[in-house]
Design a protein around this ligand. Structure first.
Ligand SMILES: [Zn+2]
Length: 79
């Protein structure tokens, strides 16, 4: 099983590639909450804009599932 990196927040454990030639994954990133194919295509919010907003709002974990131990959204996204 491989994992994929979120292009918005660099969360490294997405289950599917966010976007392929076949289209978006419709997976929601548990870290930043970006939903590939919905946030961008349906709502018209770019990955860069979403990253800016998410960081401005405190880079909080977005899933109802618990965050990984030691997870820090800002550190992950900004290195
Ligand atoms: Zn993300």
């Amino acid at each position: 099983m491989s994992a994929f990196v979120c292009p918005v927040c660099r969360y490294p454990e997405l289950a599917e590639p966010p976007r392929t030639d076949a289209g978006p994954s419709y997976e929601m990133c548990p870290s930043c909450g970006f939903e590939f194919g919905v946030t961008d295509d349906d709502r018209g919010i770019s990955e860069n804009e979403w990253r800016r907003r998410w960081l401005a709002e405190g880079a909080r974990w977005q899933s109802t599932a618990p965050a990984p131990p030691g997870w820090d959204g800002a550190v992950q996204a900004l290195g």
